[in-house]
Design a protein around this ligand. Structure first.
Ligand code: BES
Ligand code: MN
Ligand code: MN
Length: 457
């Protein structure tokens, strides 16, 4: 049975790739208002494709934000139900001049497909669609298990709408487990299941000094500068060793189990290669006493993403800006609660406020960390499927990234998630020259087909 669907997939790979390129040409950047209609176009394109392959009850669900796309096929009586999740929105493509080819004109080079969203997450989400097509088209329009598909268009901006949908309509997403392909493999050729994600709080600190911008010669020395205020605040958020200085911030942090830590030590990780090739900096930073994997997977962190305001054009402008903003986020780990972490941060930042400055500290979005147990049927079936396709035992990893809805699936739908992703560490997600290794696109499709067939028993 498995061979029919895999045969079908193999003989259609060129078309699958062409379709993915069409989807990648739609610049569905969720954070930029000028791309709102593109996000909608991507949703409609996917709904049409789900209809074409034979999924039922296909719907573009309008929300106050970007739409959701739903589809199902529920005629496999007595078989488990999988909730396939993915996101069709992408990160902004900038800095544009660092791209070797246009971000929204997908192009193949050296066995990779380059485009914004190639792997995060359009290409990976599309593996689900193509696995479903291969199964439906090769088995008399039947699937081996029941499937619901839910796709969102605002994962990259916090996923507020899907979170609300899960809370308000858990019945419409009722399933035994969820499948998410939005993570990466620990190394090339190493089948990987991700069993932990960090949570996050993303904030903005707005600082205001004078009522308007002022000539820095006429006024400098006598008036507050909001950039200096923000620099002083930021300098006190973390110490030079990388420890976050917010009082109480680490209180809820739960360490990984001894078994998990031991397993991480057996992963093929070369710190020097990581520093030199993946990161490309003169040294790594972070908390002493924790390995790089612990620092990025199991410890909270704090970063500054940008400081809009003032003069950033070419050359010089002598001005004391009236206002400035700092975008600051924290990655959270079990059992830190986003609301509590934000309250601790806000109280601390307010206490650091320099005289003459007004602060406005806002929470933009948040999501909880999650760790998934490996002793469930679905994870076990996934490892068997991966073994068939990759001929290797699966490694279990965590990831430092966040996919906020995975925690909601557990809390509101009471189901575990199988995070079976096929990205590679050097795929440049969120960065210029994002790519998807095409062999992984194809083997990902085959892994998903094998997984569903494995679950049919
Ligand atoms: N796919 C990523 C998360 C990810 C990256 C998981 C690498 C595992 C490995 C996702 O699209 C993402 O970027 N999420 C955002 C979420 C945030 C905006 C709430 C993130 O982690 O920054
Ligand atoms: Mn993603
Ligand atoms: Mn992303």
């Amino acid at each position: 049975m498995s061979s029919a669907a895999i045969e079908y997939a193999r003989s259609n790979y060129p078309r699958f790739l062409d379709e993915l390129k069409t989807l990648l040409r739609i610049p569905s950047v969720s954070t930029l208002p000028e791309h709102k209609s593109d996000v909608l176009a991507a949703a409609q394109w996917l709904a049409a494709e789900l209809t074409r392959i034979g999924m039922k009850n296909v719907e573009v669900i309008a929300t106050p934000g970007h739409p959701l796309v739903y589809a199902d096929w529920l005629n496999a009586t007595g078989k488990p139900t999988c909730l396939c999740y993915g996101h069709y929105d992408v990160q902004p493509p900038d800095p544009l001049d660092e791209w070797k080819s246009q971000p929204f004109e997908p192009i193949e080079r050296n066995g990779n497909l380059y485009a914004r969203g190639a792997v995060d997450d359009k290409g990976q989400m599309y593996m689900h669609v193509k696995a479903l097509e291969a199964l439906l088209k090769s088995c008399n329009s039947k699937l081996p298990i029941n499937i619901r598909v839910i796709l969102e268009g605002e994962e990259e901006v916090g996923g507020e709408q899907i979170a609300r949908f899960v809370r308000e309509h858990p019945d419409r997403l009722q399933a035994d487990f969820a499948l998410v392909s939005d993570t990466d493999m620990f190394a090339s050729e190493l089948p990987t299941l991700c069993v932990g994600l960090r949570g996050m709080i993303y904030t903005e600190i707005g600082a205001r000094g004078a009522k308007t911008d002022l000539h820095s010669g006429m006024y400098g020395g006598a008036v507050p500068n909001p950039f200096i205020a923000l620099a002083q605040i930021i300098a006190r958020l973390k110490d030079s060793a990388g420890r976050i200085l917010i009082p109480g911030f680490y209180d809820a942090v739960k360490s990984p189990s001894a078994d998990e830590l031991k397993a991480w030590q057996t992963l093929p990780f070369d710190e020097e290669h990581y520093r030199l090739t993946e990161v490309g900096s003169s040294r790594l930073t972070g908390e002493p006493g924790f390995s790089v994997l612990e620092r990025t997977w199991a410890r909270p962190t704090l970063d500054v993403h940008g400081m809009p305001g003032g003069f950033t054009g070419a050359g010089a402008k002598t001005v004391i800006p009236a206002k400035a903003v700092a975008k600051v986020s924290m990655r959270l780990v079990p059992d830190q609660k986003p609301q509590q972490a934000f309250a601790q941060y806000k109280t601390y930042v307010e206490a650091l406020k320099p005289d003459g400055i007004e602060l406005d500290i806002r929470l933009i979005h948040s999501g909880e960390a999650i760790v998934i147990g490996t002793d469930n049927l679905y994870i076990q079936a996934a490892t068997r499927a991966l073994k068939k396709v990759w001929n290797k035992d699966t490694v279990f990893i965590r990831s430092g990234g966040s996919i906020p809805i995975v925690g909601d699936f557990e809390r509101h739908l009471k189901i575990p998630t199988v995070m079976m992703g096929f990205g590679l560490p050097d795929d440049n997600i969120h960065a210029p020259n994002e790519k998807f290794h095409l062999a992984n696109f194809y083997r990902g499709i085959e892994s998903i087909i094998e997984f569903f067939e494995e679950l049919a028993g």
